[in-house]
Ligand binder design. Structure first.
Ligand SMILES: *[C@@H]1O[C@H](CO)[C@@H](O)[C@H](O)[C@H]1NC(C)=O
Ligand SMILES: *[C@@H]1O[C@H](CO)[C@@H](O)[C@H](O)[C@H]1NC(C)=O
Length: 204
C-alpha cells in the first residue's frame, strides 16, 4: 500500500495556479460538462483544518471492510487523528505527518480498546488517511474530473483526479465551499478499491 506517498512525495509546487482563497461560490457554467462555455478549471485551495464523521469501504477479492468514525485533519499540527469502530472494538489512530520515512511511511500510534487493557502499537505504516493541506490539490496538479453527486452531500461536488507515480489514481471530492467531502482510490497492487465519504464536516 503506497497511498500515503501520494500525499507526501509530490513536492512539485505550482504556485501560479494557487489563486483562489476558500469560500462558498456556486460552480460556474464553465465547469459543466458538454457546456459550450466549458473551460478546464484550476484546482482550488481547500479548507485544511477540519473534523468530520466518515464512512469508508475497502474491498478486494478477499475482503470487504466497512468502517465508520471520526477524523481530525490538522496540517497545522501535522496530525490526522482517526477514531473508528474497528471490527468488534473501538480504536484510535494518530498519524504523525511530521514523522515520515523517505518512502512516505507515516508514524502511526494505534490504540485498540479490545480488552481490559487497551492494546497499543506504534510504527511506520502506509496510511489510508491522507493529510489534506490547503494546497493539496494544487501541488498534486489535480485534473478536474467533472461535477458529480455523493451520498452525504446535497447537490453537486467537483471531483479532482490525481495520479501517484503513474500508478494509483485518486479522486478527491470538493464542495462549493472548498471543503473536501470524500475521496476514492484504486490500488492496482492488490486490486483494491477504497471509497470514503465525509459527513457532518466542521471547519475549525
Ligand atoms: C487486541 O487486538 C490486538 C491487535 O489485533 C491483538 O494483538 C490483541 O491480542 C487483542 N487483545 C485481546 C484481549 O483480544
Ligand atoms: C517516529 O516514528 C517512529 C515509528 O512509529 C517512532 O518509533 C519514533 O519514536 C518517532 N519519532 C518521533 C521523534 O516521534
Amino acid at each position: 500500500m503506497w497511498f500515503s506517498q501520494i500525499f507526501l512525495a509530490a513536492a512539485i509546487v505550482v504556485p501560479t495556479i494557487a489563486t483562489k482563497t476558500p469560500k462558498c461560490t456556486p460552480f460556474p457554467s464553465s465547469m459543466i460538462e458538454y457546456s459550450s462555455g466549458f473551460k478546464q478549471p484550476k484546482p482550488p485551495l481547500v479548507q485544511p483544518e477540519f473534523t468530520t464523521n466518515f464512512v469508508q469501504h475497502k474491498w478486494d477479492e478477499t475482503l470487504s471492510h466497512i468502517m465508520t468514525g471520526y477524523i481530525d485533519n490538522s496540517p497545522a499540527k501535522g496530525l490526522v487523528r482517526v477514531n473508528e469502530a474497528y471490527d468488534d472494538a473501538p480504536a484510535s489512530s494518530i498519524f504523525n505527518y511530521a514523522n515520515v520515512t523517505k518512502d512516505g511511511l507515516v508514524d502511526n500510534l494505534m490504540t485498540i480498546y479490545n480488552g481490559t487493557k487497551p492494546y497499543v502499537w506504534q510504527g511506520y505504516v502506509n496510511s489510508n488517511y491522507p493529510i489534506f493541506e490547503k494546497d493539496f490539490l494544487v501541488k498534486n496538479e489535480a485534473v478536474f474530473g467533472g461535477l458529480v453527486t455523493r451520498k452525504f452531500t446535497d447537490g453537486n461536488v467537483a471531483s479532482w483526479d490525481i495520479m501517484y507515480q503513474g500508478a494509483i489514481p485518486v479522486t478527491i471530492y470538493v464542495n462549493t465551499c472548498n471543503e473536501i467531502v470524500g475521496y476514492d482510490y484504486f490500488s492496482p497492487g492488490r486490486r483494491t478499491r477504497v471509497v470514503t465519504d465525509f459527513f457532518n464536516i466542521q471547519i475549525s
